[in-house]
Design a protein. Structure first.
Lengths: 263, 44
């Protein structure tokens, strides 16, 4: 695709997206609705997490960290699984659409954010429960390894080259990295671990939580899932704009070289 | 509330980081989208 001089002039003259101050170029009615629901959910999470939920018989009030820590970990898993599935869709579907690559990249970036928050909130909770911020325990170590792997994935995405070269190499890494998730989740069963086993997502279906605690946890999970959706939606749209920007820069450079050659 | 400092730190860091990332994302969207025509956006 080449850009004509008229098109370039039109763009530089400010023919951009006309939008209200609160409507960015990546915003739609659906994303605004999602945003409003996320804000309402966050208010509910603060109310139930900090006020209405009862103290735990064993852990006391520190159980309130559960409503933040567990949802961030689950959303990080979800984000990395979405990255893996989108990577597979890019690699194996006919057409190799870059849209799948952008969803994979956006989801990985949001997943790294949530995984980082899982590690921080977990270490604060560990200080209260175990007396230390960090222990080289199976769950903590595998989680840290997963976090570093996806930082590596994001670094690989920035190595340069064409959009499809970026998509191919990161899709292969995205498919390999997702295999770490079962290792992290089942690390508490595979090795002796300080970290407690699952209280909700158990293979036998048992739930070891009081009703209001379980509800507060569900509020956290639903809210963070909505937020995850909103963030990925916007991030992959920003990536689309950045890709367009790169293509246009390339077209401008080619137009300049052609003008030099003919001039 | 026992352990209030740690609990508020958890909530504060989490919400603060998420708000900061959201702000960064919207700012980046405005910058990259400022010279793109709305008809070039597949979601509009």
């Amino acid at each position: 695709m080449t850009v004509t001089a008229e098109q370039l002039n039109e763009v530089s003259a400010g023919g951009g997206v006309a939008s209200h101050r609160w409507q960015g170029p990546t915003s739609t009615a659906f994303s605004r609705g999602l945003g409003v629901m996320t804000i309402v959910g966050m208010a509910w999470l603060l109310a139930f997490g900090l006020i209405f939920s009862p103290a735990d018989r064993v852990q006391g009030t520190s159980v309130r960290i559960l409503y933040i820590h567990v949802p961030t970990a689950w959303i990080a898993y979800l984000a990395f699984i979405v990255t893996g599935v989108s990577s597979a869709m890019y690699l194996f579907r006919r057409g190799h659409s870059l849209a799948w690559d952008r969803v994979a990249g956006a989801s990985a970036e949001v997943g790294v954010l949530f995984m980082g928050l899982t590690l921080i909130t977990g270490s604060l909770w560990g200080r209260l429960t175990w007396g230390v911020f960090w222990e080289w325990d199976a769950r903590l170590t595998t989680t840290a390894f997963l976090f570093v792997t996806y930082i590596g994935y994001l670094a690989v995405r920035r190595l340069g080259g064409s959009h499809h070269a970026r998509a191919r190499r990161s899709a292969v890494l995205g498919l390999l990295a997702v295999l770490e998730i079962p290792l992290v989740h089942f690390s508490v069963k595979l090795w002796r671990s300080l970290h407690q086993e699952a209280s909700v997502a158990r293979l036998n279906g048992d739930v070891e939580l009081d009703g209001l605690m379980l509800f507060s946890l569900l509020v956290g999970i639903v809210t963070f899932t909505l937020l995850y959706g909103w963030l990925v939606l916007h991030r992959q749209r920003v990536m689309y704009l950045e890709d367009q920007y790169d293509d246009r820069d390339l077209d401008v450079a080619l137009a300049e070289r052609q003008a030099e050659a003919h001039g | 509330m026992d352990d209030a400092g740690f609990i508020f730190a958890c909530y504060g860091i989490t919400i603060g980081a998420l708000v900061a990332y959201t702000w960064f994302l919207l700012r980046r969207a405005r910058r990259t989208g400022s010279d793109v025509h709305s008809e070039d956006l597949p979601w509009t």
